[in-house]
Design a binder for this molecule. Structure first.
Ligand SMILES: NCc1[nH]cc(CCC(=O)O)c1CC(=O)O
Length: 346
């Protein structure tokens, strides 16, 4: 069934001319190739976009025969502003605003995102069409030359007393300072590569934290001195998950993209995004959210809220049926919001 619906889609993509079946009756007569894919321009974003294109080409071989895709690199506000913490620039979805606009204007047909950078409430007319299989969701420490060796029992032993740590993430900062109040934190942003070079340079921060997913994708996993388990450092909601957005009325592409959706990623993504959405923290609120599919098929969701300086930290777990992923996320979010001091949501 799946295959035949894809075949139909392929026929539609291949043979019919322009444009725009907003009604289901015109579904097969919708568009011309190439399909335009919106992406940020960082090496990580481009890797993720090409990974996605490889997957979709695999399930839809006809897309191999022609120049089926065109990458459209879009610089977002998040890319343009490098010297501030995103929370201080204000607003959510700073890595996606210009990409959403391109989608709604029809300049691109779909867009590839790091799900952890995508706001929980998408603009009207845009939907998440699929989540790809999750890469390792943990955070890692990258260190400069002044750092100590790694020990087995203390994940932070490599960080010298009083060391300066570069991160722009209030989530990482709060958990780090909670465990190690002696550390100092300085904001660093930019691509994975530029953050690594700052840590290596003289006079910069002595260490930084990065998502291991990004390091793995860029074949720089060996740069990680320590990988922090999700208990030590609760990851950001949807860290390690790549997602694809389309226009809500683009039934044809939604159907095509549903063929590469990863079921497990979709469930954990739903739970983690519902959790984040229900907390509705300001973007200064340190929030971690991490769902796992258990061997028994249930979802286990871990949620964390904290104060940026590490002086308060609340972590709680909730589990339940996978089919209730969204309700599970909301319930955990509501419970943390109820029991955390109001100032951290300010
Ligand atoms: N905020 C930047 C960002 N967005 C997604 C990733 C990592 C890749 C992923 O989570 O899939 C990163 C880099 C990082 O946090 O180290």
């Amino acid at each position: 069934m799946l295959l035949s619906s894809l075949d139909q889609t392929n026929e539609g993509l291949r043979h019919r001319g322009a444009l725009h079946g907003h009604s289901p009756h015109h579904r097969q007569s919708t568009r011309t190739l190439p399909l335009k894919v919106g992406t940020r321009g960082s090496p990580l974003a481009l890797w993720q976009t090409r990974h996605f294109l490889a997957l979709i080409t695999k399930v839809c071989p006809l897309l191999r025969e022609v120049k089926a895709f065109e990458e459209c690199v879009i610089a977002t506000s998040g890319d343009k502003i490098q010297d501030k913490r995103l929370a201080d620039i204000g607003g959510k979805g700073l890595f996606a605003k210009e990409i959403h606009e391109a989608l709604l204007d029809g300049r691109v047909d779909f867009a590839v995102h790091s799900m952890k950078d995508l706001e929980t409430e998408l603009p009207p007319g845009i939907v998440l069409a699929c989540a790809l299989k999750r890469e390792d969701s943990r955070d890692a420490i990258v260190v400069g030359p002044d750092c100590a060796g790694v020990t087995r029992d203390d994940p932070y032993a490599c960080l010298p007393k009083g060391a300066l740590i570069g991160t722009a993430s209030v989530r990482r900062q709060s958990q780090l300072l909670h465990a190690r109040p002696d550390l100092q934190v300085e904001i660093i942003r930019g691509s994975v590569q530029s953050r690594l070079s700052k840590v290596r340079a003289e006079g910069g921060p002595q260490a930084s934290l990065l998502a291991i997913a990004g390091l793995k994708r860029l074949e720089m996993e060996h740069e990680a001195a320590v990988v922090l388990d999700a208990e030590t450092m609760v990851p950001a909601a949807c860290q390690g998950i790549v997602g694809v957005t389309v226009r809500a009325d683009d039934v044809e592409l939604r159907e095509l993209l549903s063929a590469i959706e990863d079921g497990e990623a979709a469930s954990v993504c739903t739970a983690e995004r519902a959790f984040l959405g229900s907390l509705d923290g300001s973007c200064r609120t340190p929030i971690g959210g991490h769902a796992q599919l258990m061997p028994d098929g249930q979802l286990l969701l871990t949620g964390l809220v904290a104060r940026a300086d590490g002086s308060f930290l609340l972590k709680r777990k909730l589990w339940g049926a996978r089919a209730d992923a969204a309700a599970l996320g909301r319930e955990l979010g509501d419970s943390l919001r109820r029991d955390a001091p109001a100032d951290i949501f300010g």
